[in-house]
Design a protein around this ligand. Sequence first.
Ligand code: FRU
Length: 477
Amino acid sequence: AATPSGVRPGVHYTPQKNWMNDPNGLVFHGGRYHLYYQYNPLGTDHANMSWGHATSTDLLRWEEHPVAIRFDEKEQIFSGSVVFDELNTSGLGTDAAPPLVAIYTSARADGIQAQSLAVSLDGGYAWSRYEANPVLDRQSRDFRDPKVFRYETADEAYWVLVAVEAAERRVLLYRSDNLREWEYLSDYGPLGAVGGVWECPDLFPLEVDDEAGALRWVLLISLSPGGLAGGSATQYVVGEFDGVRFRPDVEPPALMPDAGAAELAAVDWVDLGPDCYAGVTFSGQPADRRTFIAWMSNWAYAGSLPSHGWRGVMTVARRLALRRIDGRARLCAAPVLPSPSGPLRAVGDGGTVRRPLSGATIVDLEVATQGVTRVRLGADERRVDVLVDADAGRLLVDRTLGAPAPASETDPPVANLLGGNVPFAVDRRVVIVVDSGSVEVFADGGSVVVTARADLPVESGIEIAGPADTRVGLTDI
Ligand code: FRU
């Protein structure tokens, strides 16, 4: 059957052409969301890493711009972040026109990975490298992915950088007054899932919902391979950051690198699916608007998925929150989407709703308290089934017949039965975003998320079957 994997997604960012992986330098500035990303300006494979660039005002429709920072014979531009240096602490702008500063990993031709700066004085479009790069060099071959944020207390303020010693499964923290000179603070790990290299860390505060003043810090650590569903995935840890050191509230289990699915289930995952990797959050936004975007792929098969002249896609943007569920602060993610087109309607006596699937659609469900609700996306022979049992507290996304094809035989295995326990502590809503090439499922206020690439036929449908009081709303976007 014809498959739409070559049809460009409606609300997921893809570059016009060539290879893309991690989001980089996410920053809200000048009224626009800037998305930079790992990009090969010359082809559809992971090579010649540079920072591509796109902007958006609503996080749904993106406009692509010329390459922001380009590789050269000395270095590739690996992942990193961007901050608005409003006080011109770096001296790289002027007090009247403060700079945007990118902190990226120079993946050098000699094999060393060190941290470097680039500067933009025009609001993020034109970038030039700082002449005294690198600014932080440990002579390591696996020191990368710096995420920088401003740490402020009542009596001091400075920059904090988190990066990884990837092969040692350690997150390293540094501080600086000017973004150019960095002083080591502390490190974290190895702890939790360690079955692969650690990459793309992020560290940020969030208030626990409904608990005024209850500020916790969230540490995101991407891991590849060794994720819950196989291959790449992102774990998170909630704890305290005192300006020097991060301490988890509940210490994650110390797992072996070959830990199986049962042990991995004891770790907190940003997403239970196989296609949410290297996700980080925007800088330049108020504390109660933490927005996250990830690369919607998996290193296990990213290089063997078909290329359509472009290869690589981002997840929808997600607003993050912390909610106390069963005594523990849990990370919840809500997709940033247009409002639903109308109120939810009961599926009624027949218990089934059918309609064609065209482009990007939001399926908004309120699942029955008893019985199983099943959403079938696609057609009989190529489909993804989402099964929700609110009573038993289970979510299963079955993409056995809809996995992105064809993985090469040498690719490491990635699961097609995805999901797990859902507390249904927030509500019984399940939001499914289906677009060309992917399905994203947000359950229970986003305390459980499953993101999966999928290959569904062009002539496709949505069929929702469940108890009569299952309520549903469908919105085309
Ligand atoms: C994560 C990653 C980063 C690195 C980049 C290279 O997917 O491996 O650690 O900076 O991709 O493209």
